[in-house]
Design a protein around this ligand. Structure first.
Ligand code: AMP
Ligand code: ZN
Ligand code: FE
Ligand code: FE
Length: 281
C-alpha cells in the first residue's frame, strides 16, 4: 500500500477542533491512506471517523488513543493502536480519567482567577463540548478573554506543567497504561519522547512492561532529533512510529496532518502485535 501515514491525530472528542468527519475529509484530501485517531483518554471520535472514511476507499482508520500517564516529575503520553475499544472495563477506566479531567480543569480555572486571569468555567466546558476536557480548552478561553493571541501562549506562564495555574489529577503509571492497552489488544507506543531525561533507561524499563514502539517521525521534531530517536528505537527493538499530532488549534507553526509519519512497515508490525495480543486475551 502506498500513501501517507499519520498515527497521531486529535478531534473534537478531545482537544482537537475538527469533528472526526472534518478531519477524515481533510486527511483524505492530502493523500493520507492510514490514519490513527488518537484522542486524549477517549475513543469517542473513532466510530464517526470510521463511518466518514467509508466514502474514501483508500483510507484506513486505526482505532487508537493517547493516554496521559505520570512518572515522578514528568508526564508520559502513551499511544495505543488497533484497540478493541468497545470493551466495557476499558471504557469505565477512561470515564474515570475524564471525570478527573473535569475536576482538574475546574481547579485550574480557580487558580487562574486568583492570579488575575479569570475565565468562565462554563465557557471552558462549552468550548470542550462533549470532548474530553483538556488544557487547550482553557487556553482557548484565555484567548477569547483577550489575554493571549494564540492558545500556546497560555502554556508558557500559566498552563504548562510548571505553570502558575497547573493542577494535578489522577493518572496511571506508564506501566499501567501499557497493561491497560494490552488487555484490549492495543500496541503501546511511547509518544513524543524527545525531551524525556535518560530516555534509554526509561525505554528499556517500559519495554519490559510491554512497550512495542516509540514516536520517531514526529512532525514537530527536527531531522536531527528524528535521527537520534531512530537510533534509540533501533537499539531497543522498538517500532518507529509517529505522525502530526494535529489539533487544529490555530497555533502558529502547527503542522498539517499527513505531513510526516512512519513507513507503512511500522503499521504492519503494530497490526501483527495487536493480532497476537487479541489472540492471547
Ligand atoms: P492535557 O490533556 O489537559 O494534559 O493537555 C495536554 C495538551 O495540551 C497537549 O496534547 C497539547 O495539545 C497541549 N499542550 C501541552 N503542553 C503544551 C505547551 N507547552 N504548549 C502548547 N500546547 C501544549
Ligand atoms: Zn492534545
Ligand atoms: Fe501528547
Ligand atoms: Fe497528542
Amino acid at each position: 500500500m502506498d500513501g501517507l501515514v499519520d498515527l497521531h491525530l486529535h478531534t473534537l472528542a478531545s482537544d482537537g477542533r475538527l469533528t472526526p468527519t472534518q478531519l477524515v475529509d481533510l486527511i483524505a484530501s492530502k493523500g493520507v491512506t492510514v490514519a490513527a485517531i488518537s484522542d486524549h483518554d477517549t475513543t469517542d471520535g473513532i466510530a464517526e471517523a470510521v463511518r466518514a472514511a467509508s466514502v474514501h476507499p483508500n483510507l484506513e482508520i486505526i482505532p487508537a488513543i493517547e493516554l496521559s500517564t505520570d512518572i515522578p516529575g514528568d508526564e508520559i503520553h502513551m499511544l495505543g493502536y488497533f484497540l478493541q475499544y468497545e470493551d466495557e472495563e476499558f471504557q469505565a477506566i477512561l470515564r474515570r480519567f475524564r471525570e478527573g479531567r473535569l475536576e482538574r480543569g475546574k481547579a485550574m480555572v480557580e487558580k487562574l482567577a486568583s492570579l488575575g486571569k479569570p475565565v468562565d468555567w462554563e465557557r471552558v466546558q462549552e468550548i470542550a463540548g462533549d470532548g474530553s476536557v483538556g488544557r487547550p480548552h482553557i487556553a482557548l478561553a484565555m484567548v477569547e478573554a483577550g489575554y493571549f493571541k494564540e492558545p500556546k501562549e497560555a502554556f508558557y506562564e500559566y498552563l504548562g506543567r510548571n505553570g502558575l495555574a497547573y493542577a494535578e489529577r489522577e493518572k496511571m503509571t506508564p506501566e499501567e497504561g501499557v497493561e491497560m492497552l494490552a488487555k484490549v489488544g492495543g500496541s503501546a507506543v511511547l509518544a513524543h519522547p524527545a525531551n524525556l531525561e535518560d530516555l534509554d533507561t526509561k525505554v528499556a524499563h517500559l519495554k519490559e512492561a510491554g512497550l512495542v514502539g516509540m514516536e520517531v517521525h514526529y512532525a514537530m521534531y527536527s531531522e536531527e532529533t528524528i535521527q537520534r530517536l531512530l537510533e534509540v528505537a533501533n537499539r531497543h527493538g522498538l517500532i518507529p512510529c509517529g505522525g502530526s499530532d494535529y489539533h487544529g488549534l490555530g497555533n502558529t507553526g502547527e503542522q498539517e496532518p499527513g505531513l510526516l509519519g512512519p513507513p507503512m512497515d511500522s503499521v504492519e508490525r503494530l497490526a501483527g502485535i495487536s493480532r497476537d495480543l487479541a489472540k492471547n486475551r
